[in-house]
Design a protein. Structure first.
Length: 157
């Protein structure tokens, strides 16, 4: 394996070079597990140099931007990357909150039945996010969609 300065890319000439590099990485992982404090102290300068500035100058402004966007329009730019997951989570949490704190219920339902329906909607939308569902879970999702559609105008407190 060719030796380069720390700042340059590593170039592998053969498969043996790759195997050697993998062995070194494995040794480093073992060392990290055996001596976590020493490993942390050894890598502290890199942490200070790269991680903290990235967090301060990249992450925090993005959090502020998302907070402002959610306050102004109800969702942030990053929320629409997975809008289905975002909405399913919001609907699930909102229905759980309504079930816990609802002051009324639709006509024709008792408060106990209304809370059960809200919990069923919440469970169904939580399962909606999962990639693989059993047949029973799929039935719960379908029931949640039917209940959500039927009681959509009653989702208030």
């Amino acid at each position: 394996m060719k030796k380069f300065k720390k700042e340059t890319y590593i170039h592998f000439d053969t498969k043996n070079d790759i195997k050697e590099e993998l062995k070194l990485l494995k040794k480093e992982e073992i060392y990290k597990k055996k001596h976590p404090i020493i490993y942390f102290i050894k890598h502290l300068p890199n942490y200070i140099r790269y991680t903290i500035p990235r967090f301060l100058f990249t992450e925090i402004p993005l959090y502020i931007k998302r907070f402002y966007q959610r306050g102004k329009r109800g969702f942030g730019d990053s929320d629409v990357w997975g809008f289905d997951f975002y909405l399913a989570d919001i609907i699930s949490e909102g229905c759980r909150h309504l079930a816990k704190n609802a002051g009324g219920c639709p006509s024709g339902l008792t408060p106990k039945e209304w809370k059960k329906n809200l919990k069923d909607i919440a469970i169904g939308f939580e399962l909606q996010i999962k990639d693989k569902r059993t047949e029973k879970q799929q039935q719960k999702v379908e029931r949640a969609w039917k209940l959500f559609k039927y009681y959509f105008r009653d989702l208030w407190d």
